[in-house]
Design a protein around this ligand. Structure first.
Ligand SMILES: [Mg+2]
Length: 160
């Protein structure tokens, strides 16, 4: 059970995901969670650092889509300035929308990674799609509380 939930790669933040690291990992496409992964849940628009990160990866030829469980209003507002495909009410860990996003950007499971801050949605969703799972430390306070909650839940799951 623990192995099922564990991520393949752990990073402090998305900024550790460079074209060089992705090449080493054999990752050529990314599906990104939004809240507390790319930015704190209450950050409405991408800042320069976020814009630059997406630009760098796009220039390296890495197709990216965002799959969030949040609302259309939140996800579209944040993602439109980035000009990337984005999917809201993703229902993660359901694989359905993640697969739809992969299809949209032409990504094959063998070289795609899902990047997120939550084990029970992002990592589990990646597992169910047969793609690499990259876990980042949550951005912002609320995410950290969620992270601890999930760690607690994970312990409960392990006991079963
Ligand atoms: Mg998140």
């Amino acid at each position: 059970m623990l192995k099922y939930f564990g991520a393949d790669v752990y990073l402090d933040s998305i900024y550790g995901l460079t074209p060089e690291l992705l090449e080493k990992l054999g990752i050529r496409a990314l599906i990104m969670d939004l809240d507390n992964t790319v930015a704190a849940y209450n950050t409405i628009l991408p800042d320069d650092k976020v814009m630059e990160w997406f630009k760098t990866l796009r220039q390296a030829g890495i197709p990216i889509a965002v799959v969030s469980n949040n609302s259309e209003a939140r996800v579209s507002r944040f993602c439109l300035p980035l000009g990337i495909p984005h999917f809201w009410e993703g229902g993660k860990p359901s694989p359905r929308i993640i697969r739809k996003a992969m299809e949209e950007i032409g990504a094959k499971p063998e070289y795609t990674a899902m990047v997120g801050d939550k084990l029970l949605t992002d990592v589990w969703g990646a597992r169910r799609c047969g793609i690499t799972a990259i876990l980042v430390k949550p951005v912002g306070g609320r995410g950290i509380i969620n992270y601890i909650r999930h760690k607690h839940k994970l312990k409960e799951v392990e006991k079963k």
